[in-house]
Structures are given as structure tokens and as C-alpha cells.
Design a protein. Structure first.
Length: 285
């Protein structure tokens, strides 16, 4: 039954409103990052950077320059790359093996294991934070390795759960044909099934990377006594202005733009794989 013009109009109005609602915070962050201190103090606030005297459009990159001059910010980006990248690789490697076992192999305790992994995603992170911090001090582990291990708490269950559904959707005939040809379970997993799960690997890997890149609470706690190990989110939160008693709002917004753009580019580059991974198994032919 065709939709009426009124329904189509209401639909597109809703789409536009939702798009503005989601994109406006990022737009305002970019707008604020391109303003000077004087422009940020203008009232009412302007939707584009304007000169306080002439009210003409005037864009400034001084906030971005100040951000990249900040050694703590540069170190925070490097620390975040190490932590998020290593967390993602470990989650994909371990998660792929676990998902293959849960999705295609038969063993005792398979169903309880699956639900246990799902249950791990339901625990709030704050509930284990104090215990992990005490464990880090007791074991005397550096902050960066311990952050990588602790981030596995919320990246690995998600990775295993999503990839398990994907492995279940692969034809069992592939597994049987590989066994007939003399392939071992590992060869079947590595050479035949794993390449077919590329959309799921990209989807879970990217989401795990974003989760580790944006994580703040664990990073703030674990680096409280090791400032050199602070990730970029903590470095931005602890920004201090170049002038005494200054609230560096423009620099904070510029830093937010810098750390957000790589994530947007990754999503745009891998958007087809992400959609294929998220919709895998949704329709049965």
C-alpha cells in the first residue's frame, strides 16, 4: 500500500530533525574550535566564527595550533593508539577463536558458556573499578598494560557474542567439506571460515577500537599515579590554559575535533563492511 504524501513528509521531517539533533553537538564543537578567546565570549553566541568588531566571518586556527603544541596531548594520542590498537587486536584474535568454538563446534558446557559471556556485558564497569585498581597496585603493573587487560572486560564479550552469531550463520557444509578434504579444525577456521567473517571482524574491531579510544573512567583511575600513561581522553579533561586561571574551552573543543575525525574517517571507509556485519543473519534466505 503506497504511503500518502503526508506520511512521506512527516517521515522526512523526522529524519531531518534527528539528523540535526545528532550532528549539532559536533558542529558546535567545530564552531567553537575555530573561534578565538574573544569570539567565544561574545553574547549571544554566534553560529559561525565572527569578528567581535566587524561581525564578519573570521576563522582562527590558533586553538588547533595550541593543542598540537601541548606535549601532554601528543603523548595522550600516542598512548591511546597503543592501548586501543592492542586491545582491538587481542579482542579480535581471542574473540575469533572463541566465536568459532561457540558457533561451530560441539562440546560440553557450550550453552552455559555462551550465556556467561552474554552476562558479562551486563555488569556496570564502575562495579569492578576499585577492585581492578587495587589489583594493579598489588601486582605492580604499569598503567598502559593494565588498561589493555582491563578493557578486555567490555570489548571481548561483545566481540565474542557478535562473531558467534556470524559463525552460526555460515553453512555447516563448508566445515564438513573441509573435514572430508583432510583439513584440521584450525585449518578450517583459519583458511576457510575466517576470511568469510571479514564484515564481522571489521564491525567488531572498529566498535572495540572506538570503545577503548573513548574510555575515560578506567584511564583516569589507572593513570592517577602515572601521568605519562594518560590517554587522550584524560589529557583533554585535564587541559590547562596557556594563561593562568584560563578555562581553555576553545582548545578543549579543538582537541575533541582532532580525536573525533579519525573515528569518523574509519567509519566512512569501512561503512559497507560495518553494515554487512551488523545485518548478517538478520534475514534467512
Amino acid at each position: 500500500m503506497p504511503k500518502s504524501p503526508l506520511m512521506k513528509t512527516l517521515f522526512w521531517i523526522a529524519v531531518v530533525v534527528m539528523a540535526i539533533w545528532m550532528l549539532f553537538p559536533f558542529y558546535w564543537m567545530v564552531n567553537s574550535a575555530l573561534k578565538t578567546e574573544a569570539q567565544l565570549q561574545m553574547t549571544p553566541a554566534t553560529f559561525v566564527p565572527r569578528d567581535p568588531t566587524t561581525l564578519g566571518v573570521s576563522v582562527s586556527l590558533q586553538n588547533f595550533a595550541a593543542v598540537f603544541r601541548n606535549a601532554k596531548f601528543r603523548q595522550g594520542i600516542w598512548n591511546s593508539i597503543i592501548v586501543a590498537g592492542t586491545t582491538t587486536v587481542i579482542a579480535l584474535v581471542v574473540g575469533s577463536f572463541a566465536a568459532f568454538a561457540l558457533g561451530k563446534l560441539h562440546f560440553r558446557g557450550k550453552t552455559p558458556s555462551t550465556y556467561l559471556i552474554l552476562a558479562m556485558t551486563m555488569f556496570p564497569q564502575i562495579s569492578v573499578l576499585s577492585g581492578l585498581y587495587a589489583l594493579m597496585n598489588w601486582l605492580n603493573i604499569s598503567a598502559i598494560p593494565f588498561m589493555i587487560l582491563s578493557y578486555m572486560i567490555f570489548t571481548l564479550p561483545f566481540t565474542v557474542w557478535v562473531q558467534t552469531s556470524f559463525f552460526k550463520g555460515l553453512p555447516t557444509s563448508l566445515l564438513q567439506a573441509a573435514y572430508v578434504d583432510g583439513a584440521s579444525p584450525f585449518q578450517t577456521f583459519y583458511l576457510i571460515l575466517l576470511p568469510l567473517t571479514a564484515p564481522a571482524l571489521v564491525t567488531t574491531g572498529l566498535l572495540a577500537f572506538i570503545a577503548a579510544w573513548n574510555e575515560y573512567l578506567f584511564a583516569l583511575t589507572f593513570t592517577s599515579v602515572q601521568p605519562a600513561a594518560r590517554t587522550v581522553t584524560v589529557a583533554i579533561a585535564l587541559f590547562t590554559g596557556e594563561i593562568s586561571r584560563q578555562e581553555p574551552f576553545g582548545e578543549i573543543m579543538a582537541a575533541g575535533v582532532v580525536v573525533t575525525i579519525p573515528l569518523i574517517l574509519l567509519v566512512l571507509i569501512f561503512q559497507r563492511q560495518i553494515m554487512a556485519g551488523l545485518t548478517a543473519g538478520a534475514v534467512k534466505g
